[in-house]
Design a protein around this ligand. Structure first.
Ligand code: UD1
Ligand code: CA
Length: 457
């Protein structure tokens, strides 16, 4: 049976104390709602109906810029009259022959595997509830079962008797239904309860009254059903997520010096015998080859690191592509468009941007290389600057193979330095340098003998 997903995301998120809608707060670098939409996409939902209310235009604007693979239908719930009311806003657009899955926009770590199982149960009986057994059920809906263990109702905390409050099996909020039956059951919802809301959970007792068996699925993973109401819960959930990813890596053969000090915010492809020191952030989509070593306090963003590269402490690498055997840092900054050939070296306090640096070339100290094409076996001395910007336009510097650039050289672009040329230290190079030439572009030294230092009067 094909499936539609309804995501409830109209809540105000009062306890976030934020100007941003709650579901746009990020976990592992991605809005909570994106995680939920990705899970819905993974189970091949036809359409995702997202019910928004508070700051809905901001939520829509985000997804207009960051589209998901599954078609989204935005549904406005202007007044938040309960979870049943929220589903009522979306359900008319769902075809009768579908299975419909209800998710929460603030429960980000739900897994596709669990959703798939829940969906199958709903396809067998018409209604299925995802439950959890917890030591701390306070505030949550309790699962009421009859003598033979069948679910007969869900009772909200505020409506529960003292006896019911002792029940430790709770409603996670995630439910699946036959769409046609859900449409009927929703018609019977009332607000006759402690909160005066339309409870989606009341569909359980209504289905039972209809002679329908309510199936359930018990999850053992608290994190996957953990809702986020405040920033502390979000931080705790982020930590559990990160620890889980770090442990997975360690079990896959990556040396993780401390699983509690690694942050992975996006997809990662990683090879064998990689060593990750502490406080590393891997953001966006990264690929790390075999035998790569990454030192402490390194940030890697949308980069591709070839085999056997060594990245030393405190380096910041974004949008860069490193061929095998490169050495970076410590304290290097590789900006987008940096491409390094085999065994290239970028040392401390060097910044590179939109530049290719050839195999075996070295920029070891205190330099800025931007909009440059540096060929192989070039040595760039300390303090070399490509002056790529004239205040209006950017210009290119070309340095051919085997060049030696002396320290403290300014290369005023556009400029080309020919093969095997040498540039004297302290030069300001404003004109092209031919192959195999020494360029000296600075004042000649004058030594004045017998000169006396001034004395204090
Ligand atoms: C709900 C369940 C409860 C379950 C708990 C799990 C009901 C009546 N109760 O509790 O059994 O244990 O979730 O967390 O369903 N929302 C809307 N529109 C509304 C109301 C809510 O979009 O009118 C959204 C919220 O933004 C949130 C989700 O639905 O993402 C759940 O709402 P919340 O108020 O947190 O759940 P409870 O009613 O407390
Ligand atoms: Ca809640």
């Amino acid at each position: 049976m094909s499936i539609d997903v309804i995501v409830l995301a109209a809540g105000k998120g009062t306890r976030m104390y934020s100007d941003q809608p709650k579901v746009l707060h990020t976990l592992a670098g991605k809005p909570m709602l994106s995680h939920v939409l990705d899970a819905a996409t993974a189970i091949t939902a036809d359409t995702i109906h997202v019910v928004t209310g508070y700051q809905s235009s901001q939520v829509r604007a985000y997804f207009a810029e960051h589209p998901v693979a599954t078609p989204l239908k935005w549904v406005e719930q202007t007044e938040q009259l309960g979870t049943g009311h929220a589903v009522l806003q979306a359900i008319p657009a769902v075809d009768d022959d579908k299975t419909v899955l209800v998710l929460y926009g603030d429960v980000p770590l739900i897994t596709p595997a669990t959703l798939q199982q829940l969906r199958q149960k709903a396809e067998e009986t018409g209604i299925a509830v995802l439950t959890l057994i917890t030591d701390n059920p306070t505030g949550l809906g309790r699962i009421i079962r009859d003598e033979v263990g069948q679910i007969s109702a869900i009772v909200e905390e505020k409506d529960a008797s003292d006896e019911q409050k002792k029940i430790t099996e709770i409603n996670t909020g995630i439910m699946a239904f036959s769409a046609s039956r859900l449409k009927q059951w929703l018609q019977s919802l009332t607000t006759a309860n402690a909160q005066g809301e339309y409870y989606l959970t009341d569909t359980v007792a209504i289905a039972c009254g209809d002679g329908c068996k309510v199936s359930s699925l018990l999850t053992h993973d608290e994190n996957e059903v953990q809702g986020v109401n405040n920033r502390l819960q979000l931080a705790d959930l982020e930590r559990s997520y990160q620890i889980r990813r770090a442990r997975e890596l360690a079990l896959q053969g990556v040396t993780v010096h401390d699983p509690a000090r690694l942050d992975i915010r996006g997809p990662l492809q990683i090879g064998r015998d990689v060593c990750l020191d502490v406080n590393i952030i891997l953001a966006g989509s990264n690929r790390i080859g075999d035998r790569v070593s990454i030192g402490p306090n390194v940030t890697l963003i949308n980069s591709d690191i070839g085999n056997d590269c060594v990245i030393l402490a405190n380096s910041h690498i974004e949008g860069a592509k490193l061929s095998p055997g490169c050495t970076i840092g410590p304290f290097a900054r590789l900006r987008p468009g940096t491409e390094l050939g085999d065994n290239a070296k970028i040392g401390n306090f060097v910044e590179t941007k939109k530049s290719t640096i050839g195999a075996g070339s070295k920029v070891n100290h205190l330099s800025y290389i931007g909009d440059a094409s540096v060929a192989e076996n070039v040595n760039i001395g300390a303090g070399t600057i490509t002056c790529n910007y004239d205040g209006v336009n950017k210009h290119k510097t070309t340095i051919r193979a085997g060049v030696f650039v002396g320290s403290n050289t300014a290369l005023v672009a556009p400029v080309t330095v020919g093969r095997e040329a040498t540039i004297a230290a302290g030069s300001v190079v404003t004109a092209d340098v031919p192959d195999n030439t020494l360029a000296v572009a600075r004042g000649r030294q004058k030594n004045i003998s017998g000169w006396k230092r001034p004395v204090k009067k």
